[in-house]
Every structure is written in structure tokens, then in C-alpha cells.
Design a protein around this ligand. Structure first.
Ligand SMILES: *Cc1c(COP(=O)(O)O)cnc(C)c1O
Length: 724
């Protein structure tokens, strides 16, 4: 199979029987795979078979988190050994430090889509190496880099052994970025020069970044890199410095930097996250304004077929017309939700709640579901997610949960990474609070949060709460799962909710004050308490004569209609396909045909530009303005003399760059004449409604190298500015 997309991810949350995910990243990867299958797109997944998975969580009496690591029973799991043409298990080798480690693979079928999962648990390996793929996200750096070698390098070798030639290589987070080094090595082994190989690899690679949290970006010391790649550098046809330069930030090797360098497109997972990612990358490319950093975004979604409760599905089957599931992203598909009688929708929701109470074993009366407002908070206990926000003022929380007329109860669930002490402390604190006299029966902690428990929670609670530190939640997806089930979101305006919230389909905890972490926590929690007291509980408990909270149900409908068409993986994977996969597939094959003709040309061009860029300077520049009285605007004129040395004037873009409405304003200057050898005059004009001296004084002239073959004007991360 060629021209498929190879989707590499360190975790996949496809099914609860395969606990090889830790949280949102993995579940998103699983939903991506399922949507690709629904949409019949040629995609394959590559990951690791962690034989003991992520851990199973037990919470001891005093809230101490215990970690259990049961081995996944392959005989009872939806996996099969990957076989070669002779019907024997496929074995491949990867170099790990001074030795070779043998890998085998398991395959998991999701309809027509296959996910390949690598394993080092092979008899041919020594005991230590067999344990390399036991756990997801090991705490120690050595196991981590080894797993990333297995995923990246082993992943490419596995696909080759199976005769699969992907047209797009999608790095779902930076863990798999070593695959690009292996691909360069392959070219090098065929005699292709490093720079040409790099261009060919870059043209066909996509990088999706998922987190602004530093712990989410893997960093290895240069000493470690030498230890693991010392024998690999030369195989790429380059020297150590050149290889390390691909990912080097100061004294460390950063996997995110590597992924950015070797990809032709980078995307974040919500609009806000796009901005945050630009800010992050701007630190690495300070001479490129943040607004110009080439990052796009595709907002995450969820796989509706996985997360919709059977009861709601039945209702949608009845009201949305047959074939509704083939048109999930069309807002019209969802319009009939408004026609569902309020008591019918409410009844479904009550039944979902009863199921949740029973399946999760909550000490509540399932027959009176719908009579007690239940708020859910479930996700990884990472500190930035601020599960403690609700507990900032225990007196006030006491009054809220124990209100005689409008009581509220809370269900918490989530795992903290085994080496995340603060996260575990938080679980302990919440367990303690839940056991104290005044909160007993009002705050519950459910242990071992996984996809199965997540389903019950997002289908059964009334409100889904999310309180991250803005803008740390790149997207978040559990609230989307809640939304399609008619559960209302109450969340910080971060990630996807910043795009989803419309003032009527849930509640926003809008940030009151800036300030340090504590001040923000204090103001955010105050806003949360106010919402709970004045808006959420009152709406929930205002019932008609049949006990139906009509205003609440109207919000449920608004929430489903406005959020479901947008935040689902059919829309998301279609966006990936149209905006990223197809262009990259074309680009990759264009770079590769005729013995890498274009890749070679781009490499040579870049080398020439890089070697001569030090000569590029902005000489004289001039800004003048004149009033165009007829239309009441000001014409700004720019003139600049640019010294380009041996670089051709058609190979650069000259722009006036100043402060603008959305951050910056740019106006391209055009070439007018050659002044003398290597010096060129450029001119341009710009119509504006102000001629403020301050604004004009902020303009500067910028020169960047361009090419039809570049994916953006900033592909070379080079620019020259006038002296200001
Ligand atoms: C959906 C899901 C997540 C992701 O939740 P966020 O809202 O992104 O924090 C984490 N864990 C499980 C088990 C999930 O199903």
C-alpha cells in the first residue's frame, strides 16, 4: 500500500480492553483512527504495545494512589501477531546504544484501519530489553529515549518490512520524531546527500503538537544523544553537529524542536493553542514575529459513535432522520434535536444518569436520578488542570453542596502519573475532603478512570466541569463527549471551549483578574461558586409541573445543536485530510519523483541562500504619508534600498512590517530598479485611516528568502531587518 498516511502516536485509546493510553492524547488518537475508518481514508496507525499498559489505579483508604500493572492478556485482547509473507512473526531490529534490540509487532484492526503496535518482549532479547515496552511513559529518561527509538526507528522499519510506503508521515506529538532520522538514514544508504534527504523527509512529514505544558515536551541531554546515536550520526551522511542541530536548543536535544525542523506543516489542536504554539516557537525564532510563525490549527473532536450513549443514539435515530451518522458535521443534521419533546430528552438523560449511578457504584438512589444536580470532573490529575479549584473555599462549598432546596454533588475521577507527587497529593486531599462529615454523600471519588468510566460519566452527570489554567489546556476533549450526550459544560474559556461557548450552550468561567497562580485560582474559584449558586443550581431546580427543568433542557438542546456538528472527529479528520494530508502527500511526491529532483534543488537553493544571507541588508529606507482627500484615507509610501549580494532579487520578498489590528500589518514592496551591483530599490504603498507619527515610526523593512517550493515564507527561519 502506498499513498497512505502513517499516523505515529505513543499512545492509542481505542478500546478499554487495551489500556495503552494515559489520557486525552491517546483517546484522541483512537478517535482519529475510528473516524478514518468511518470515512474510508487510507490511514494506518503505528504505536507501541505496552504489555502492562498504563497503570491501574487503586485508591487506598486515606487517598493514597496505588499502582497496579497487570499484564495484558493478548489471547483475550483484540490483537494478533503481525506476520510476514511466509506466515511467520515479523522481526525487525533497532540499534539501542551499543546493541541491537529485536522487535516484533501486534496488529489491531479498527474496521479497515490497522494499528501496528511494536513490542520488544521477544525471547531473542535479554531480560532488560524485553521489559523496555512494558510501561507507557516510564519515569526514567533512558527507558524513555529507548521507547522513542523503538517507536520512531522501529516504526519505519516495521512498515518497510511489511512493504508499506506511506505518502504522509504524521507525528502525533513529538515522541515519534526519531522516525525522521531513520528516513534520512534510508536515503543516505541509497547514496542521497543529507540535505536532499532532509528536504524529501520534511516535505512528507506533518507534526501535530498537543500541549503547551513543558513536561509534555521530551528533552534529552546531548550526552544521551551521543550515547544512543553516536553510531547513527554518520549513517545519515552528516556529522554530529549537523544532526544535533535539527533539535538542539542550547545544551539539550528537544523532540518538539526536532519535529518542527523536519516537518513541512505544524498544527496545534485549537485556535487558541495555535496562538500559544506560535508564542512558544517564537522564542526559538525571535526574529520572526509571532504572528508569522507558520503554525495552523485543527481543533480536536471526538468520535460520536464511541461516546454517544445508546439511549441518546436511539433518540437521534428517531428524530434526526436515517443517515444522520453520515453527515455529522452538517449543522442541519442536528437541527431536529430542537424538535425532541423536552420531557423525552430529559427522560433519556435521567436514564443515562441512573445507569451511571449503578455502573460506577455511586452511593446514590438511581431511581431518583435527575433530582439531584451532579457535576462531574474527570481527567488526568495534572497540576495545571486544577482539580483543587472547587476546594478553595470549603465554607462556601459546604453551603453549595448542602443547600436544602438546591443541593449539588460532585464526582471526581482521574489518575496521577506514578511519578507525579503533586498530582497524587491532590487526589489524597480530595479523598480526605470527600470523607469529611460535611461533604459525605456529596463528593465522590471514583477510582481507576479509564474509557469505560469516562463513558458513564460523560453520559450521566448533569454538568461537566473543567478548570485548567488558561491557556494550558491545548484543547480538551472530554467536554465534547459530554456535550453530545446533553450534558452541559461549565469551563474555563480555554482550548475547545473558547471556540464552542456561545453564551447559551453552557457556562464560561471567564477570567476575572490577571496575576499570579494563586490570585487567578482565587478569582476563578469565586466565579465558579457564583455560577453554581446563582445560575447552575437555580436553572436545574426550576421545574415545570411534570418535574422537567424546561430551561435546562433548552440549554441541553442548544448545546447539542451547536457543539456536535463542530467538535467531532469526522469534521476533524476531514480537515486533516483536506488541509494537511492531501497537500503534504502532493508535496512529498513532488519532492521525491525523478530521483528526488525537487528535493535536491531545494537543498541546493537553501545552501546557497544560507551561505550568502549574511550579505543581505536593508540600506536606506523611507516612509512618507500623504492624505488622499477624496476618500479620507492616508496613503503611506515605503521605499527601501536592499543589498542582496549574490542573491537574486526574485528570490526574496521585501515587506514593510508594522503594528496592526491583529498584531502586525504587512505591505509587500515591489522591485523597481537595480541601483548598482547587488543593490536593489523597492517601493510600496498602503492605504490607511491613520497617519499617526507613532504608528509610522514603528514600521520596519524586512527581507525573507522565498521559493515556490517552500511551504511558507519562513521555511528557512531567516529574515533580515532594517536597523531601527
Ligand atoms: C476523553 C478522555 C480524556 C481526555 O480528557 P480531557 O478533557 O482532554 O482532559 C482523558 N482520559 C480518558 C479516559 C478519556 O476518555
Amino acid at each position: 500500500m502506498s499513498d497512505c498516511v502513517a499516523y505515529f502516536s505513543a499512545e492509542f485509546g481505542i478500546d478499554e480492553s487495551m489500556p495503552i493510553y494515559s489520557g486525552g492524547l491517546g483517546v484522541l488518537a483512537g478517535d482519529h483512527i475510528k473516524a478514518a475508518n468511518d470515512l474510508n481514508l487510507p490511514l494506518i496507525g503505528v504505536g507501541i504495545f505496552y504489555s502492562k499498559g498504563y497503570f491501574q489505579q487503586r485508591i487506598r483508604e486515606h487517598g493514597v494512589q496505588e499502582h497496579l500493572f497487570p499484564k495484558i492478556d493478548t489471547a483475550k485482547s483484540p490483537v494478533a501477531p503481525v506476520l510476514n509473507q511466509e506466515g511467520r512473526p515479523v522481526y525487525i531490529e533497532v540499534p539501542i546504544a551499543d546493541r541491537k534490540v529485536v522487535l516484533t509487532a501486534w496488529s489491531m484492526k479498527v474496521g479497515r484501519v490497522t494499528v501496528y503496535l511494536l513490542s520488544s518482549d521477544v525471547e531473542l532479547n535479554n531480560e532488560q530489553d524485553r521489559r523496555l515496552t512494558d510501561h507507557l511513559y516510564p519515569g526514567d529518561q533512558d527507558t524513555r529515549i529507548r521507547q522513542e527509538i523503538i517507536l520512531g526507528i522501529g516504526g519505519v522499519r516495521l512498515l518497510r518490512a511489511l512493504g508499506i510506503q506511506p505518502g504522509v508521515w504524521h507525528l502525533n506529538e513529538g515522541h515519534s520524531a526519531f522516525l525522521t532520522l531513520e528516513r534520512i538514514r534510508e536515503y543516505s544508504a541509497e547514496g542521497v546527500a543529507f540535505d536532499t534527504a532532509l528536504e524529501a523527509v520534511k516535505a512528507s512529514t506533518l507534526f501535530t503538537t498537543h500541549t503547551p505544558v513543558p513536561a509534555g515536551h521530551d528533552v534529552f541531554s546531548l550526552e544521551m544523544m551521543d550515547r544512543y546515536f553516536g553510531d547513527f550520526y554518520w549513517q545519515l551522511g552528516a556529522d554530529r553537529d549537523k544532526v544535533l542541530a535539527l533539535g538542539r536548543i542550547g545544551d539539550v536535544f528537544n523532540m518538539t524542536r526536532l519535529a518542527v525542523t523536519v516537518s513541512s506543516k505544524v498544527n496545534g489542536v485549537s485556535k487558541l493553542h495555535e496562538e500559544v504554539t506560535k508564542e512558544l516557537l517564537h522564542r526559538w525564532m525571535p526574529h520572526i514575529p509571532q504572528e508569522d510563525i507558520p503554525v495552523t490549527s485543527i481543533t480536536n473532536g471526538i468520535h460520536i459513535g464511541t461516546w454517544l450513549s445508546p439511549g441518546m443514539k436511539e433518540l437521534f435515530d428517531r428524530y434526526l432522520g436515517f443517515r444522520w451518522e453520515t453527515n455529522l458535521s452538517d449543522p442541519k443534521t442536528w437541527m431536529p434535536v430542537r424538535e425532541i419533546p423536552s420531557h423525552t430528552l430529559w427522560e433519556r438523560h435521567r436514564r443515562n444518569q441512573a445507569v451511571m449511578i449503578e455502573r460506577l457504584g455511586l452511593p446514590l438512589d438511581s431511581s431518583s436520578a435527575g433530582n439531584l444536580l451532579i457535576v462531574g470532573f474527570a481527567r488526568r490529575f495534572a497540576t495545571y488542570k486544577r482539580a483543587y479549584l472547587l476546594f478553595e473555599d470549603l465554607e462556601r462549598l459546604d453551603r453549595i453542596v448542602n443547600d436544602l432546596l438546591r443541593p449539588v454533588c460532585f464526582v471526581f475521577a482521574g489518575k496521577a502519573h506514578p511519578s507525579d507527587r503533586p498530582g497524587q497529593e491532590l487526589i489524597k486531599k480530595i479523598v480526605e475532603v470527600s470523607k469529611s462529615e460535611r461533604f459525605k454523600g456529596r463528593i465522590f471519588v471514583v477510582e481507576n478512570y479509564d474509557m469505560e468510566k469516562a463513558k458513564h460519566l460523560v453520559q450521566g452527570v448533569d454538568v461537566w466541569l473543567n478548570t485548567p489554567v488558561k491557556p494550558m489546556e491545548a484543547s480538551g476533549t472530554s467536554g465534547q463527549k459530554a456535550a453530545i450526550n446533553g450534558v452541559l459544560n461549565c469551563s474555563i474559556l480555554d482550548g475547545w471551549w473558547n471556540e464552542g461557548y456561545n453564551g447559551r450552550n453552557g457556562w464560561a468561567i471567564e477570567r476575572g483578574t490577571e496575576g499570579n497562580g494563586e490570585e487567578r485560582a482565587c478569582s476563578d474559584s469565586t466565579i465558579l461558586y457564583e455560577l453554581l449558586e446563582k445560575r447552575i443550581a437555580t436553572t436545574y431546580y426550576s421545574r415545570d409541573e411534570h418535574g422537567v427543568p424546561t430551561e435546562w433542557v433548552a440549554m441541553m438542546k442548544e448545546s447539542i445543536c451547536t457543539l456536535a456538528p463542530k467538535f467531532n472527529t469526522h469534521r476533524m479528520v476531514n480537515d486533516y485530510w483536506n488541509k494537511l494530508y492531501v497537500p503534504i502527500m502532493r508535496r512529498g511526491s513532488c519532492f521525491a519523483v525523478n530521483d528526488l529532483e525537487v528535493a535536491g534543488r531545494v537543498a541546493a537553493y537553501k545552501r546557497f541562500i544560507r551561505d550568502n544571507w549574511h550579505e543581505v541588508r536593508v540600506g536606506r529606507m523611507d516612509v512618507s504619508s500623504s492624505r488622499v482627500t477624496k476618500i479620507g484615507l492616508t496613503m503611506i509610501r515605503f521605499e527601501a534600498d536592499i543589498i542582496l549580494g549574490p542573491i537574486w532579487h526574485n528570490d526574496v520578498k521585501v515587506e514593510a512590517v508594522g503594528p496592526g489590528f491583529n498584531g502586525i500589518c504587512k505591505s509587500e514592496l515591489t522591485f523597481v530598479e537595480v541601483l548598482e551591483n547587488g543593490m536593489y530599490r523597492y517601493e510600496g504603498s498602503y492605504l490607511n485611516n491613520t497617519d499617526s507619527i507613532w504608528w509610522l515610526s514603528k514600521f520596519n523593512i524586512r527581507v525573507v528568502p522565498i521559493s515556490r517550493d517552500f511551504s511558507s515564507d519562513f521555511e528557512m527561519e531567516l529574515s533580515a531587518w532594517g536597523d531601527k
